[in-house]
Design a protein around this ligand. Sequence first.
Ligand SMILES: [Zn+2]
Length: 140
Amino acid sequence: MNRVEERFAYWWDKASRLVPKPSKITVEERTDAGDNGRHFAYCEYLSGDTIIAYSPDMVELPQRYIDGIILHEIGHAVDFSYTQPELEEMFGYKLDLEDEGRADEIAEMILGETVQYDLPKYVQCVGPACTGGRRPHNLL
Ligand SMILES: [Zn+2]
């Protein structure tokens, strides 16, 4: 298991105790997950299977970025497992209508960590060393 898979296992172990009936998630390295920019991973849901794909270079990132990216993708994975009304009922909270912002909100509701977007590249980041703040609304 590499650093990305170890950190995913750490966070998903916590998340799966706090979210009822969590979907099974497969984590795999894929060259198409990176763009040599701010993207290092994506989450997809295909006929009942949730896959988090990460780029080979993600393992080289500082841990605060690895954790930020993983938390964001776990937010998507949980989002795919439930309808928005089910999630809002579960959390007692009105979620963002936009899926990228909603992924961060879900991660924060479940795991208590705020996903930030570190400057200058707006890579997801978690912890006191991050400087970017929450996701800008127009970020792709
Ligand atoms: Zn996303």
